[in-house]
Write a protein that binds this ligand. Structure first.
Ligand SMILES: *Cc1c(COP(=O)(O)O)cnc(C)c1O
Length: 374
């Protein structure tokens, strides 16, 4: 699905030097590269505070701990997302409240958010799924009206830019109270292991996030809160420092692939290319199509026969997962999510794709679809 080998080879001398520097310094934990990277990312995003941590799931958990959410508090999130978003809510004994998504752009349905608010609602977690921002202007208005926190899950959308109706622009993850991201290797800004970060513009909250990520201590051996141990490894920070400089060109490369696919599948009777929303750029963490009138799994099998990888993000809705099933969500209650799980397919998209590879993929996808029509 991604080509991490060629991505590395292109910047190998820079990466190797950065990693060796850390090894020679032996400052493996909280070495200088961690602060250098956090500062560079803060400058890139235009936020005063970036707090690094061990992975994107931890980022979400620490954000919820820092906001003092309490057991039983309700947190609204889209049903069509990666499990991590719901997992940390459940783990903290908060109540995940699942809402449906928009049928074309896969993003949280803001009408459904309004309908799900109760006196116990404390937060909304929009997920900037596949690389474009949810409707943040509406979400922030709803949150303001009902005094709710907004925690952006921006693990798939680093570098995506949202434009408000007044023309002002903000980076994904910098609009709510906290933005949470992941540097998992296949993410748009990926390290060579695990990594994550939280962003905020709020100084008090920044201090709490940092304290909770560090065993609940702001002064060594003084623990004011129950925290966790969640650090960004120095070697990973050094790698991210190099790769951050390439993030914009990576996004451009992904957009080029998406443009190619869009063109190739435009007008297809069996494929609906991803819809780009008007007020956000799309950094295409995934290129996800909806199939109609064909068997999605047969298409995948056909592609696999021709050595073309494909994935289904996500095959099972959260409310149909054994761990998250609840009488509140009988099957049929979140119909868009349920339908999407049956019909979506994601094609390979990466920063290093050749036109020849794209042509090969498109040829076989269209070949399968044409056979179905005949
Ligand atoms: C990847 C991802 C996460 C979790 O990130 P990890 O670093 O793997 O813990 C959370 N939410 C979404 C939407 C993701 O895609």
């Amino acid at each position: 699905m991604v080509d991490l080998t060629n991505q590395y080879l292109r910047i190998q001398p820079e990466i190797d030097a950065a990693v060796l520097d850390v090894i020679h310094s032996t400052k493996f934990i909280n070495g200088p590269a961690v602060k250098e990277f956090s500062d560079a990312l803060a400058a890139y995003l235009g936020v005063p505070y970036v707090i690094p941590c061990a992975n994107g799931t931890d980022a979400l958990q620490i954000a919820m701990m820092a906001l003092n959410l309490e057991p039983g508090d309700e947190v609204i999130l889209p049903a069509f997302t990666y499990v991590a978003t719901a997992e940390v809510i459940a783990l903290l004994k908060l109540k995940p409240v699942l809402v449906d998504v928009h049928p074309h752009n896969f993003l949280i349905d803001t009408n459904a958010i309004e309908a799900a608010i109760t006196p116990r609602t404390k937060a909304i977690v929009p997920v900037h799924l596949f690389g474009q921002c949810a409707d943040m202007e509406t979400i922030l208005t709803i949150a303001h009206k009902h005094k709710l926190f907004v925690i952006e899950d921006t693990a798939q959308a680093i570098g995506s830019v949202y434009t408000f109706t007044n023309g002002s622009q903000k980076q994904a993850g910098t609009m709510g109270d906290v933005g949470c991201t992941s540097f998992f290797p296949s993410k748009n800004l990926g390290c060579m292991g695990d990594g994550g970060a939280m962003y905020t513009t709020n100084e008090v909250l920044a201090k709490r996030l940092k304290m909770i990520a560090n065993h609940g201590q702001s002064i060594q051996y003084q623990h004011d809160d129950i925290g966790v141990n969640s650090r960004l490894d120095t070697i990973q920070a050094a790698i991210l420092n190099v790769k951050l400089r390439h993030l914009n060109s990576y996004a451009a490369a992904r957009q080029k692939v998406a443009d190619y696919y869009d063109k190739a599948f435009a007008g297809s009777a069996h494929l609906l290319p991803p819809v780009r929303v008007a007020n956000s750029t799309h950094v295409f963490h995934q290129y996800t199509l909806q199939t109609c009138g064909i068997n999605r799994d047969e298409l995948r099998a056909y592609l696999a026969q021709h050595d073309i990888p494909s994935m289904v993000y996500y095959p099972i809705p959260l409310h149909a997962q054994k761990a998250y099933a609840s009488p509140d969500y009988p099957l049929g209650k979140l119909p868009i999510t349920e339908q999407l799980c049956k019909c979506v397919i994601s094609l390979p998209i990466s920063t290093e794709m050749e036109e020849e590879q794209l042509a090969y993929i498109v040829k076989h996808v269209n070949e399968f679809c044409n056979q179905q029509t005949q």
